[in-house]
Design a protein around this ligand. Structure first.
Ligand SMILES: Cc1cc2nc3c(=O)[nH]c(=O)nc-3n(C[C@H](O)[C@H](O)[C@H](O)COP(=O)(O)O)c2cc1C
Length: 356
């Protein structure tokens, strides 16, 4: 029989804080781990050195298990040599100017070396390494296993879940199309893998023997109870934690989530070159109208500079406002209160009320 998620991960409660590439905070990750769940921290774009530093900060903030999250190379990533940034930079000049950002020169590389990132994560020995956009290779699975690190893969379809289980991951996140942030499909185009959480979770649970973690649209006790009824061993929650005190989301991002209706989020490639769900704003609309969408990660790098500057200045019209369809359920509370609300959807025996 498959182990329970708490057994697998050394946690008390099968509630996982979703990692937020570019938006994770030590405080929120540590708070969810301290509550007995699994706090996750998104390391997208982090150098090996920054990963080591982040892991040290997490260790200082909590002695409970946590997960580190990386994007695996999907094989379609372009390098600066592959793209002509000039016309795109010119087309985005008004957005740069409006955000108060300086137009960039072409970089040496768009993303840090993934092998160096992985080595830093393995050295840090988190309880779990969660990955998106692919299947971890046998060397990575063996290296993690050798260090006692659990690997969690992420699937947007049954076929992806089976591929991950076959590769030896310890658990699979089944993420429905409701979820905030990027669609992490790797077998088919994300546009062709938009399965909703309600359809995805039971079919994945039927297809794999490892524990399934349901993600996408789960924001309160009702969502948690439903996910478990569908065959999930636990849940991964993102958007519902973005308005908490411990979150790194800007006030503008929080306000956009607070006022988002169920059908206010959209899927777009405009901001990063890959399909992702968020709340529309001027940046998204202007980029879609201009039609300038470079392949990933060039687009992400290029728009990321003015988005970061806009976020610093509190400008929600030019920053990214990633959020899922359940944004309207997200509460402006302490993380502990959101966690307790989610945990109330579990069978009472698994909720220990641990608030260490
Ligand atoms: C701002 C933001 C950034 C995200 N970045 C990542 C990431 O880097 N890696 C990852 O595995 N998932 C990422 N996700 C997905 C979440 O971890 C989580 O699976 C998802 O938010 C669950 O759906 P929900 O938003 O409906 O709760 C991100 C989500 C958001 C909202």
């Amino acid at each position: 029989m498959a182990p329970t998620l708490p057994q697998l991960l050394g946690i008390d409660t099968p509630i996982v804080l979703g990692p937020f590439g570019g938006l994770s905070s030590i405080e929120l990750t540590a708070a969810v781990s301290a509550m007995g769940g699994l706090g996750s921290y998104g390391l997208y774009g982090y150098s090996a050195e920054r990963i080591r530093d982040t892991a040290a900060q997490l260790r200082a903030a909590t002695d409970r298990p946590f997960a580190l999250n990386l994007w695996l190379p999907a094989g379609d990533e372009v390098t600066p040599a592959d793209v002509d940034l000039g016309p795109a930079i010119a087309a985005m000049a008004p957005l740069y100017e409006a955000a108060g950002a300086r137009l960039p020169d072409a970089p040496e590389r768009f993303l840090p070396d993934v092998d160096a990132q992985l080595e830093a994560v393995l050295d840090a020995r988190p309880a779990a390494l969660s990955v998106v956009f692919g299947v971890p290779g046998p060397d990575l699975v063996a290296a993690a296993r050798g260090r006692g690190i659990r690997i969690i893969g992420t699937a947007t379809s049954v076929a992806e879940a089976v591929a991950l289980a076959d590769a030896g991951v310890d658990a699979v996140v089944a993420t429905g199309a409701e979820a905030g942030g990027h669609r992490v499909s790797f077998l088919r185009r994300p546009e062709d893998s938009l399965v909703g959480t309600f359809a995805l979770v039971p079919q994945v649970a039927d297809a794999v023997d490892v524990p399934v973690i349901a993600a996408g649209g789960i924001a309160d006790r009702r969502g948690v109870a439903a996910a478990l009824a569908l065959g999930a061993a636990g849940v991964q929650v993102g958007t519902a934690f973005l308005r908490t005190r411990e979150s790194a989301a800007t006030d503008a991002h929080r306000a956009a989530i607070a006022s988002a209706a169920d059908n206010d989020t959209v899927l777009t490639r405009a901001l990063s070159g890959r399909l992702a769900r968020g709340i529309p704003n001027r940046a998204m609309r202007d980029l879609e109208t201009s039609g300038i969408v470079l392949p990933f990660p060039a687009q992400n790098w290029l728009t990321g500079i003015f988005r970061a500057e806009a976020a610093k200045r509190g400008d929600g019209e030019l920053a990214s406002l990633w959020a899922g369809q359940a944004a309207g359920l997200a509460r402006a509370d302490a993380a502990a209160e959101v966690f307790a609300e989610l945990a109330a959807g579990l069978p009472t025996s698994t909720w220990t009320g641990n608030e260490a």
